[in-house]
Design a protein around this ligand. Structure first.
Ligand code: CA2
Length: 143
């Protein structure tokens, strides 16, 4: 099984600021967690992070027919990007949306998720462990 993990803008800055919201773990810690989960679960995982909306759309399109599932944290583009929503719909690959923080308990502008409308599940407020949970969910979903 092949899973693509996509992260949007500023996720590469994790651990540098706002530890009260996103925790103290860094982006490097997230990559280690993904590698560990891949080894434990016997899954092939590729990761992609970009601060650019079009690059995220391109990567989703390239996943068509190549990956069995997508884990995506579109970060701020969650709340604005119909282009990412349309790309997820276009590739028709099961996708799980992850948010490190509990977006429901935050500002009103974080309450809408366009990407989530094309996802089979949303995991929020679980910190970095949410990515592991999303991979496990896809493993069951794709059985
Ligand atoms: O909780 C999440 O995972 C978010 O997707 C994170 C985004 C935010 O815009 C979403 O509403 C919820 C922010 C990404 C990280 O932003 C940082 C900001 C300051 C320091 C480090 C990271």
């Amino acid at each position: 099984m092949k899973v693509l993990v996509i992260n949007g803008p500023n996720i590469n800055m994790l651990g540098i600021r706002e530890p009260g919201i996103y925790g103290k773990q860094t982006f490097a810690d997230l990559l280690s967690l993904l590698n560990k989960t891949a080894a434990e679960e016997g899954i092939e995982i590729e990761q992609f992070q970009s601060n650019h909306e079009g690059d995220l759309v391109d990567r989703i399109q390239q996943a068509y027919g190549v990956f069995d599932g997508i884990v995506i944290n579109p970060a701020a583009y969650t709340h604005t990007s119909i282009a990412i929503l349309d790309a997820l719909k276009a590739v028709c690959t099961p996708a799980v949306e992850v948010h490190i923080s509990d977006v429901n308990a935050r500002e009103p502008f974080r309450q809408i998720s366009y990407a989530g409308m094309a996802c089979v599940k949303t995991i929020k407020g679980q910190g970095l462990d949410g990515y592991r949970q999303a991979i496990l969910y896809l493993k069951e979903y794709c059985l």
